[in-house]
Design a binder for this molecule. Structure first.
Ligand code: NAD
Length: 487
């Protein structure tokens, strides 16, 4: 049988289930981008709130792309299992905070109605970096992106996050409802500011008066989210369904660690997430830099090594001493770019354990996805600061060279490398292994959306990048890392 409201009472006592009456929960949040992360993070904290009796914060979850999550969880009354994994131990909990799932391309009007519902006060987002339709080097809207062009012409049947937010805001204004608060939970530095800037840029193109309303009335607090949530595998699905005694088509698996820091700017109210350990602060930036630069930056470097050397998971790569030593060097350099209010070294200590967690099975291929969008934010951002200060940046530049090599057709075992990166694929990527190392780097530096126009002109950077890439090509990633560590 399938997990559902009807079968819930059959679960073993060891599985935690919603202690509230789901029928009495009303929608207060619309979430855009219902992927694994949302279901293992925000939806869990909201489930806590509902358990505490804050029943006005139920979630309407939407996908702006694939129907996969809805197809899996709608037949289960939108229930699914959240499984915490740490080494051998495992804890399971059924989450009930998602009231409804909507696939936006199929039912844009239904999503707009929910976003315009006066009871809904917050829209949260995890739409990946590419969902922001932006040139990350210049932080400006990709105005010629087909979704933007479409949304400017079809304002009541939008596709992009900006089209939906603008149309919903227009309706709410007309109906005299309170403005939405927009909470981005994506891994973008200053995510709230970026969201607001891009939304305003989009609004100015169609309705300058509405843009001015948004500027003064819509709060876009910044947030920092930290919890490793790998994509669910078929093996997870089977193991969890067996343990439940009921089949769950799409459970989520996560590590026990979490940190969720949010700028406390919710003019129209918010759930009391602090009761679940969420931190509300005045300024998120120091935390966000720490997480993006220390965790995400090293994650991307590890993912590149995994792609090049054929190491499937973070734990596999972490098992290699040269990788651990290289990441230590990477952290020592990037820690210098952090605000003194945060302790990067302590955070890195915790990461050593988190990366070693073998039960998570976090795939290097998944982390390497969309790398052309991630590298500018998590690696090139701190690199620019180090270069400006003439501070040590060899390991960070080496990580960029690793990324370039990881975009080749084949790994060091001669197997094809799977690259899940639409923006990179749009670019005419060279067949690296048939070119000289220096020529490959020169070609990559013309990829303006990743490198901007400044870095290709920085001689220190270009020379060090070419030397690192040459070593990786000539000696292999792990041997080149060992040589790097000795030099
Ligand atoms: P996922 O692949 O499970 O889900 C991605 C979601 O983004 C899907 O709902 C998809 O439809 C949507 N999406 C993809 N491209 C889009 C586009 N162009 N426009 C609109 N929506 C789009 O991934 P996930 O693990 O849920 O991660 C999503 C985001 O959450 C990450 O990109 C990151 O910003 C943030 N995050 C994830 C983790 C993690 O460990 N997984 C940790 C911290 C933050």
């Amino acid at each position: 049988d399938r997990l559902s409201a009807a079968t819930l009472p059959r679960l073993a006592q060891s599985v935690t289930t919603p202690a509230y009456d789901r029928q009495s929960v009303t929608p207060g949040i619309v979430h855009l981008g219902v992927g694994a992360f949302h279901r293992a993070h925000q939806a869990v904290f909201i489930d806590d709130c509902l358990n505490r009796g804050e029943t006005r914060w139920g979630i309407v979850a939407a996908s702006l792309r694939s129907p996969d999550t809805r197809d899996a969880i709608e037949p289960q009354d939108n229930l699914y299992t959240f499984c915490l994994r740490d080494g051998e131990s495992e804890r399971m909990r059924v989450i009930g905070s998602i009231l409804e799932t909507i696939v936006a391309p199929a039912e844009p009007e239904r999503l707009l109605e929910r976003m315009a519902d006066p009871r809904v006060l917050i829209v949260t987002l995890t739409v990946t970096e590419k969902g922001y339709l932006t040139n990350l080097a210049s932080r400006s809207l990709l105005r010629d992106h087909p979704d933007i062009v479409h949304d400017l012409e079809n304002q009541e049947r939008p596709r992009s996050i900006f089209g939906f937010i603008l149309a919903a805001t227009r309706r709410r204004r007309k109906e005299g409802s309170r403005p939405l608060t927009l909470l981005s939970c994506d891994n973008l530095p200053a995510n709230g500011h970026v969201l607001q800037k891009l939304l305003l840029e989009f609004a100015e193109l169609t309705d300058p008066e509405l843009a001015s309303f948004i500027r003064t009335n819509i709060a876009c607090p910044c947030s920092m989210v930290d919890r490793i949530v790998p994509a669910t595998t078929d093996a997870d699905r089977e193991a969890i369904s067996t343990a439940l005694g009921l089949s769950d088509a799409w459970p989520v698996v996560a590590e026990p660690y979490f940190r969720f820091v949010i700028e406390d700017r919710f003019p129209h109210g918010r759930p009391a997430l602090e009761k679940s350990g969420v931190e509300f602060v005045g300024n998120v930036e120091p935390y966000e830099h720490m997480k993006l630069r220390i965790l995400n930056g090293s994650h991307s470097a590890i993912a590149a090594i995994g792609q090049i050397a054929g190491l499937a998971t973070v734990a596999d790569a972490w098992d290699e001493k040269p990788v651990r030593d290289f990441i230590d060097a990477y952290w020592r350099e990037t820690e210098r770019t952090l605000d003194p209010a945060v302790d990067g070294a302590e955070f890195a200590d915790g990461l050593r354990e988190r990366f070693a967690n073998p039960s998570l099975q976090h795939k290097t291929m998944q982390i390497a996805s969309d790398a052309s969008q991630k590298v500018p934010l998590r690696i090139l951002g701190p690199l620019r600061e180090l270069l400006a200060e003439k501070a040590e940046s060899r390991a960070v530049i080496f990580a960029v060279a690793l990324w370039i090599r990881s975009c080749a057709d084949k790994n060091e075992k001669g197997q094809p490398i799977t690259i899940l990166d639409p923006a990179f694929k749009e670019w005419d990527a060279p067949d690296q292994l048939a070119m000289t190392p220096d020529a490959v780097v020169d070609r990559f530096l013309t990829f303006e959306r990743t490198f901007g126009s400044d870095l290709p002109r920085n001689e220190t950077f270009v020379l060090a990048l070419k030397a690192a890439y040459r070593d990786i090509r000539e000696q292999g990633a792990l041997a080149a890392i060992e040589r790097f560590l000795k030099s």
